[in-house]
Structures are given as structure tokens and as C-alpha cells.
Design a binder for this molecule. Structure first.
Ligand code: FMN
Length: 354
């Protein structure tokens, strides 16, 4: 299961609740890997209401309930570690200050809007550039979050380097105008991501750390003019580290957001970068059971992660295995709310036998 932000944590503590444990438990299968939704590693990393964090004791305790529910069914669960950077709004920030980013560059463009803490859509503010010393604090927050995830009983962590969030903002030249050791050359722009991956490896060992990237993606104002040199550098540097996996979001479909998109004739991340990555490669983005099998058979990926169809089919692996029909998902209940559109999708056959 691909990481899926569902915005249903406790509204005050941002701790996962028993409802969240039920949801993940429904989707667990023996040896199946679930990647839990993106979780801010520090309070400045927040940018959405109801997203669970991994920086407080209450959040660690809440996540333990989730991990236990998955393990009770023999499943595995990684936590995705997140900092949204400029994809935030001052209403989420302590003291109402501006969100932080590599540089003071706002997200602009057609229909690009920020969400406030009370769910309104407004233009993005211009973020504040992190001081060089503060970048070290971000690395430390990811390291501590990796420790917290271990304490919560996860099986590993995935670093969120995709979809226009902080680590991608550092990678890409349009959002990173820095002149210190974290900006300028490709080596410098990749430094923060690599420092964070190494910090997580220090906690977990490389075989329990994954990384998500979305080269050629356009989510949240992202987009490197020429992604090949940048991402080739990053992926080659990571290839030496022996990570659990590299996980792509195919540019044809980020899956998230308010509207369905399925771009045609766009590059395929797995096809482009498979030759420079020797480790396990996972990809996601608009796959069906058949196209997933074909991608694996053709050697483009070792595994495929499913997002949207896992929302509406809690028993997705079984359905794909047996060719059972899929329940369509309802985008209106993706983000926020309670059990409707979350834990009330039936397993195949459950309705008929009820
Ligand atoms: C509701 C929703 C929330 C998502 N949240 C995240 C997230 O927290 N982290 C992430 O890396 N990707 C996120 N994505 C992207 C998915 O992980 C996945 O890559 C995307 O949906 C494409 O796969 P699919 O076509 O199987 O849905 C989200 C997608 C959706 C639909």
C-alpha cells in the first residue's frame, strides 16, 4: 500500500486514534508492506489539518496502536517521514509565523492554493528561508522521528523526498536559490536529502530505510527544468547505501489532490531510472493488477504500490490475486472525516454474505 494522507488523526494532539488502527489493520496481510501516511517530523513540517505527527509521546503511543493492529495480521508497516516546507500556511505554524523553505520563493501558478488550519483555500505565502544552522535542526528532527518510529513499533521508515515538499524543494533549482552548502550545485542541493537518509540509516540500518522520489512530478509547485542530471546524481549516490528500496511516484498520476489526473505521453520514472538503481525498486501511479504484473515482468520495477484502489478495497491483494472486481473510490472522502470512506469499504463478498 502506498502512503496515503487521510487527515483523520486526533485534531488536538495529531496522534493516531483507534479508528486509524482499524483502517490500517483492515489493509494488512501476511508479509504485505503498508507504507503509513506522511507524518510530519516536527511542528514546522505541518501543512494540513488532521495529519498525524511523529514528534510527541502521544503520537508515538497512537502509532503503536496502528503498528500492533498490522502486526496482529502478520503484516509489515513503514512510516513515511515528512516535512512539507513551503506547502504550508502560517496558520499551522507555531506563533503564526511564516512556513520555512530552502528559499523565500512562494508556490505560484494556476489554481495553486494553500490550505489553512481551518480548511480554507488561500494563496500561498512567501516562506522564510531556513538559516544554515536550522537545516541541521531539520536533519536532527528526521533522526529523532526515525527513533520515535522505532519506539512506536514500525518495521522501517520511508523518507518523503517527493511531491514538492521540503526535501524536494531543496533538490530542485526553482525552489532552492541558496548560496550556502545546501544550494547551487546538484551536489549541494542533494546534500540535505542525503544527510537525512544517512541519519535514518544510523537509527534503523539501511535495510529498513526507503526513500520516495517523484522525478518529473508536478505536485505542489514542483518541477525541475531538466530532471535527469539531478535525479541521476541523487539515485547514484543512494545506490551505494544499500537502502530497503527506492520508491517512485510515476509522473502520469500523483493520485493526490482534489481532482483526478492521468497524464498521457509523459516519461516513466521507473523506466528512466531502473538502469542507475541496483536495489529494490517500487513504483506507484495509476497501476492496475495487470499493468503492475507487466511492469514487474518487464523488469521495470520489483514491486508496485497501490494508492487509490487500496482506499476503497481493504482486501486489495486478495482481489487482485483472484481477479475479483474492485470497488470504486470516492474522492470526496479521501481527506478528513471519520469512518465514512475510510473504514466502511467492505471486503469482497462481505456485502453479499451480510
Ligand atoms: C488521498 C491520497 C493521499 C496521498 N498521500 C500521500 C502521502 O502522504 N505521501 C505520498 O508520498 N504520496 C501520497 N499520495 C500519492 C500515493 O501514494 C500514490 O503514489 C498515488 O495515489 C498514485 O498511486 P495510485 O494511482 O495507485 O493511487 C496520496 C494519494 C492520495 C490519493
Amino acid at each position: 500500500m502506498a502512503p496515503l494522507t487521510r487527515m483523520r488523526a486526533d485534531r488536538a494532539s495529531f496522534a493516531p486514534r483507534p479508528l486509524n488502527a482499524e483502517y490500517y489493520g483492515q489493509r494488512a496481510t501476511p508479509d504485505g508492506l503498508l507504507i503509513a501516511e506522511a507524518s510530519p517530523v516536527m511542528v514546522t513540517g505541518r501543512g494540513n489539518p488532521g495529519t498525524p505527527g511523529i514528534y510527541s509521546d502521544a503520537q508515538i503511543a497512537g502509532w503503536r496502536g496502528v503498528a500492533d493492529a498490522v502486526h496482529a495480521k502478520g503484516g509489515l508497516i513503514f512510516l513515511q517521514l515528512w516535512h512539507v516546507g513551503r506547502v504550508s500556511h502560517s496558520s499551522f505554524q507555531p506563533g503564526g509565523v511564516l512556513p520555512v523553505a530552502p528559499s523565500a520563493v512562494a508556490i505560484t501558478g494556476n489554481g495553486m492554493l494553500a490550505m489553512t488550519s481551518d480548511g480554507k483555500m488561500v494563496p500561498y505565502e512567501t516562506p522564510r528561508a531556513l538559516e544554515t544552522e536550522e537545516v541541521g535542526q531539520v536533519v536532527e528532527a528526521f533522526r529523532q522521528a526515525a527513533v520515535n518510529a522505532k519506539q512506536a513499533g514500525f518495521d522501517g521508515v520511508e523518507i518523503h523526498g517527493a511531491n514538492g515538499y521540503l526535501l524536494e524543494q531543496f533538490l530542485q533549482s526553482h525552489s532552492n536559490l541558496r548560496t550556502d552548502r545546501y544550494g547551487g550545485s546538484i551536489e549541494n542541493r542533494a546534500r540535505l536529502l542525503l544527510e537525512i537518509v544517512e541519519a535514518a540509516i544510523g537509527v534503523w540500518g539501511a535495510s529498513r530505510v526507503g526513500l520516495r522520489l517523484s522525478p518529473y512530478g508536478i505536485a505542489n509547485g514542483s518541477g525541475e527544468a531538466d530532471p535527469m542530471p539531478l535525479y541521476t546524481h541523487v539515485i547514484k549516490a543512494l545506490d551505494r547505501l544499500g537502502l530497503a528500496y527506492l520508491h517512485f511516484i510515476e509522473p502520469r498520476s500523483s493520485g493526490a489532490g482534489r481532482a483526478e489526473v492521468n497524464w498521457q505521453n509523459v516519461p516513466s520514472a521507473m523506466v528512466l531510472f531502473r538502469p542507475v538503481w541496483r536495489g529494490v525498486l517500487i513504483s506507484a501511479g495509476g497501476f492496475t493488477g495487470e499493468t503492475a504484473e507487466a511492469a514487474i515482468a518487464q523488469g521495470h520495477a520489483d514491486a508496485i504500490a497501490f494508492g487509490r484502489i487500496f482506499i476503497s478495497n481493504p482486501d486489495l491483494p486478495r482481489r487482485l490475486q483472484h481477479g475479483f472486481p474492485l470497488t470504486p473510490y470516492n474522492r470526496a472522502t479521501f481527506y478528513g472525516g471519520e469512518e465514512i470512506g475510510y473504514t466502511d469499504y467492505p471486503a469482497y463478498g462481505e456485502l453479499e454474505s451480510a
